[in-house]
Design a binder for this molecule. Structure first.
Ligand SMILES: [Zn+2]
Length: 462
């Protein structure tokens, strides 16, 4: 078994990140030993791999202080000059934390100047978000404030790349080591903000919607359907509703592609103007949930607007969803979901989800820019940087929300070739590391044919 020697400070975050990278990601058992050392030392069969320990040393006296953040510009390591065969997105990689010399061979081993454990901890725990104060109008940490965006690596799963460098070095010293096999997975999900046109409950709103069909969307056909939907829905017929009919369609196309879809439902209202217009108690919603379950797809929680920093409200909503699921005979092994509007506060929201007994969260992508906010396409257990303790909750990083790529106010790539290429590139990187391509697509954003075509092209596994 590998023995890993670590310095005596910050034991909890050090043990956590060793566990995530070695046990969770690589599946390699190890023991740890604490000594007065200034590098991380991995030893086995008389050989030692030493690894720079920059972040934790720096953070020991400045935990969650700006002094512990990496200064820009980051150094770049042209890995291909030192290591022949390593699975990376590009030959050169930004060094979040590390020494200036990146790889040295010595008599009984190797020294890596890239601080793999510290940098991975920094990315996975979302450490910087608990330090920096920038927020957007929804109180969200914006992509533009992140190191990944500022240093130009938001499009790369940098933690996966660091892990590959670590793996190649370990393999060079100990060729008999075996890592856990992984398989690429499509994780398709849908946040149910509007299961149906809200106007069917409010004539004035429906009139506005019909005007929008005619003037903005220039579609008399849609306007007629919206009129019919208003009356048909009163009799329980939702077959004219442009949003409601998308659920069956999404399940059809995903089943053809071999994917299960997770549908996350709003189970409470903390900001009535923002939290949709439906309740889980409505027969039409219960029927939809049963239908999703019967077809073998997943139900989860779409936590309402203010829950990101309101633990009690989140717990009430999780309990409400559990109650409805129980009443409808829906049993699932795990219950996860996502924050509405991707609202998030590190580490409060991690803690809230953990306390609510939820198994996973899949919020963490930036609303204003798709990509690898956590630096990885692997699911992982999370860490509370303020209380310095690991949590049971797992994060399944969201890689792309459709709106982040499509909408003008975000990346603005539209629904054509440019958008397809952007999504496809992120998906290809997830495939390259046998990770998860986690995609969020709302049922109310599947009305135009161009969008439907884009969605169908993306959800295929290939
Ligand atoms: Zn939402």
């Amino acid at each position: 078994m590998l023995k890993i020697t670590i310095p005596s400070n910050l034991n909890s975050p050090r043990q956590y990140i060793l566990n995530v990278l070695l046990t969770e990601f690589l599946g390699i058992p190890f023991t740890t030993e604490i000594k007065n050392v200034n590098t991380i030392q991995i030893s086995y069969e008389n050989k030692t791999l030493t690894i720079a320990d920059t972040f934790f040393q720096q953070a020991a006296n400045h935990w969650l202080q700006p002094e512990s953040l990496p200064p820009l510009p980051l150094a770049q390591w042209n890995v291909s000059e030192d290591i022949a065969d390593v699975n990376l997105v590009e030959n050169s990689i930004p060094v979040i934390f590390g020494d200036e010399v990146y790889l040295i061979s010595h008599d009984n081993g190797l020294h890596l100047g890239l601080d793999i454990f510290g940098s991975a901890f920094f990315m996975l725990s979302r450490y910087e978000e608990a330090v920096k104060s920038e927020r957007d109008i929804h109180d969200r940490f914006p992509a533009s404030a992140s190191l990944a965006y500022q240093a130009g690596f938001l499009h790369r799963p940098i933690v996966n790349e660091y892990l590959e460098i670590l793996w190649v070095c370990m393999k060079q010293l100990w060729p008999s080591l075996k890592r856990k096999p992984r398989e690429f997975q499509m994780k398709v999900s849908c946040d149910v903000d509007h299961p149906y046109q809200c106007g069917i409950k409010n004539p004035l709103r429906q009139v506005k919607h019909i005007a929008g069909d005619l003037i903005i969307r220039k579609s008399p056909k849609r306007a007629i359907k919206s009129v019919i939907n208003y009356f048909a829905s009163k009799r329980g017929n939702y077959s004219y509703d442009p949003y409601y009919t998308r659920f069956e369609w999404m399940m059809d196309v995903n089943e053809k592609a071999g994917n299960k879809v997770a549908f996350y439902f709003i189970a409470g209202h903390s900001e009535p103007a923002m939290d949709g217009c439906y309740s889980l108690d409505e027969p039409v919603i219960r029927k939809l949930m049963r239908r999703i379950h019967d077809r073998g797809h997943e139900i989860g929680l779409h936590a309402s607007y203010n829950t990101y920093n309101d633990k009690d409200q989140l717990c009430r909503e999780a309990d409400n969803l559990r109650r409805i699921m129980k009443e409808e005979g829906i049993q699932q092994e795990i219950l996860g979901g996502r924050q509405h509007y991707l609202r998030w506060e590190t580490p409060t929201t991690f803690r809230n989800w953990d306390v609510a007994g939820l198994d996973y969260d899949t919020t963490l992508s930036f609303a204003d820019h798709a990509g690898f906010r956590c630096g990885t396409c692997y699911e992982y257990p999370v860490y509370d940087v303020v209380n310095q303790q690991p949590l049971k909750l797992r994060e399944r990083p969201l890689i792309a929300m459709e709106g982040s790529v499509i909408y003008k106010c975000y990346m603005g790539l539209g629904t054509g070739e440019k958008a397809f290429e952007a999504f496809q590139q992120m998906k290809a990187y997830c495939q390259q590391f046998n990770g998860n391509f986690t995609l969020l697509w709302h049922n109310d954003c599947l009305i135009d044919q161009a969008v439907q075509k884009l969605y169908e092209a993306l959800i295929n596994r290939l």
